[in-house]
Design a protein around this ligand. Structure first.
Ligand code: ATP
Length: 234
């Protein structure tokens, strides 16, 4: 059975329709990437799965159960954690306090604790008593990932990890993913950088103007097809 499935998922902001019937499958232990240009609907898809945007119950399934209408704390309690676009750390809290916030939503034993998150991102241990605002963008992204991991999720949704970060920092962040995968978590990575997505994912979905325009394994996808699915036919 799939871990997460969206079925004919639509999303609206007021009258504006951002998603038009998105069907997506995430299998246990799998890493998928969702690629697409600015405004394609990638973040909306992540918000819809994570309960930030509520929906028809049956539009999002977790292990076959309808969760589309649940609020985000209830989705998180089921083991589906979001690393939101823009990190959204708590500025008045230290690094360690931000990490511990992830623990509150779901107190489940598993591979992740302060110790193992610090092991994954050693710089965070050094900076654990600093306010999160004192960190660089890359370090803040590590805190956002660590905070999500602290809930020992079975699904990790990562929205635009690379946004505003230098290539060398992006490399450091992605270097953590093999270890996250090893724990058995399934991962959804939203990424504008096609090459990065193809490198990290088992399967890729491309979204354009709120619709899935392409789906497949990186090795099976043709460059021209990806280009057309991402930018539209010329
Ligand atoms: P980006 O890379 O810019 O984050 P995206 O693929 O994640 O793009 P979304 O953020 O999901 O795209 O946006 C999809 C569409 O919905 C866009 O046209 C965007 O302008 C619109 N949209 C997003 N958030 C809102 C909102 N809060 N209110 C109204 N429209 C919104």
């Amino acid at each position: 059975m799939s871990l997460i499935e969206t079925k004919n998922l639509t999303a609206f902001y007021g009258d504006f329709q951002a998603l038009f019937g998105v069907d997506l499958v995430l299998n246990p232990g799998e890493t998928i990437a969702v690629i697409g240009a600015n405004g394609a609907g990638k973040s909306t898809l992540m918000r819809s799965i994570s309960g930030v945007l509520r929906n028809d119950p049956a539009a999002v399934l977790h292990r076959g159960q309808a969760i589309g209408a649940l609020a985000s704390p209830d989705v998180m309690a089921r083991g589906i954690a979001l690393v939101p676009e823009g990190r959204r750390l708590f500025p008045s809290l230290t690094v360690e306090e931000n990490l511990l916030v992830g623990r509150h939503g779901r107190k489940v034993d598993g591979p992740w604790s302060l110790e193992t998150v610090y092991d994954l991102f050693p710089i965070l241990k050094e900076r654990r008593r600093n306010p999160s605002t004192a960190l660089s963008g890359g370090q803040q992204q590590m805190v956002a990932i660590g905070r999500a991991l602290m809930s020992n999720p079975e699904v990790l949704l990562c929205d635009e990890l690379s946004l505003g970060l230098a290539p060398v920092v992006i490399k450091d962040i992605y270097a953590a993913f093999p270890r996250i995968r090893e724990t058995g978590a399934a991962i959804v990575i939203v990424e504008q950088d096609i090459a990065q997505a193809l490198k990290v994912a088992d399967r890729v979905y491309c979204i354009m103007e709120g619709r899935v325009t392409l789906e497949g394994r990186p090795g099976d996808l043709d460059r021209a097809d990806i280009h057309a699915a991402y930018f539209g036919a010329e």
